[in-house]
Design a protein around this ligand. Structure first.
Ligand code: ADP
Ligand code: AMP
Length: 213
């Protein structure tokens, strides 16, 4: 198996970019989505995670690493993984390296989506998501075709409970402190492919597709 990491602050557009890469055969793994599934199922892990997520704090490394380990170990050899929101700490990055090595795979690239904080706050405040299929919309930049309804599932869209201005600011601080150091971690191995994510969605998607092909 091989892996591509989508790195960037919350709201940079990782999930939005992932939608087109899935069409190109990548298997999209969003740890945030996996955790929200546990919340929907009301599992003990989900209930614990929700408290941290709603405060904009990280779930412990061992919890997310265990989820990723299960997925990687049960995958076919030729799977192309696209990680979104993982790794988020140096500890997670080191574990991912160990896991990939133990499975004989390779980390091909880290696509870094660069976007200023002001744009991020506007994006997250207007984000709407489908609870059934995970499609991501924006009230202004990527509105659904009809009202507040998912184009794919036809159900009502919702706002994430962590997309409040206070929690968004906290998540940006946590990103700067704990995730941004991953840029130099991967730069040292020449894996970083920077993308200007402060452009219209179709431009960002096209730049990412060009950079990985
Ligand atoms: P992330 O997965 O990095 O947290 P998302 O893909 O969920 O980010 O995008 C956050 C919000 O910003 C969504 O509402 C999405 O529709 C919107 N968005 C994503 N990319 C762009 C872009 N290039 N320009 C404007 N809005 C965008
Ligand atoms: P996301 O959907 O990527 O915006 O993630 C939503 C929230 O889930 C984050 O703010 C964290 O609380 C939690 N989370 C997601 N991925 C991770 C991770 N790799 N490590 C720790 N916490 C995570």
């Amino acid at each position: 198996m091989n892996a591509t990491v989508l790195l960037g602050p919350p709201g940079a557009g990782k999930g939005t970019v992932a939608e087109v890469l899935v069409d190109k055969g990548y298997v999209h793994i969003s740890t945030g989505e996996l955790l929200r599934e546990q919340i929907r199922l009301e599992t003990p892990l989900g209930l614990e995670a929700k408290k941290l997520m709603d405060q904009g704090r990280f779930v412990p490394d061992d919890v997310v690493v265990a989820m990723i380990r299960n997925l990687l170990e049960s995958a076919e050899n030729d799977t192309r993984f696209l990680f979104d929101g993982f790794p988020r700490t140096l500890g997670q990055a080191e574990k991912l390296d160990e896991l990939i090595q133990s499975l004989g795979g390779s980390l091909e690239r880290v696509v870094l989506l660069e976007c200023p904080d002001d744009a991020i706050v506007e994006r997250l405040a207007g984000r709407r998501t489908c609870g059934k299929c995970g499609s991501v919309y924006h009230v202004t930049f990527n509105p659904p075709s009809h009202g507040n309804v998912c184009d794919v599932e036809g159900c009502q869209l919702s706002q994430r409970t962590d997309d409040t201005e206070k929690t968004i600011r906290k998540r940006l601080d946590v990103y700067a402190e704990r995730t941004a150091p991953l840029i130099s971690y991967y730069e040292a191995r020449n894996l970083i492919q920077p993308i200007n994510a402060n452009q219209p969605i179709e431009h960002v998607r096209a730049d990412v597709v060009a950079s990985i092909s």
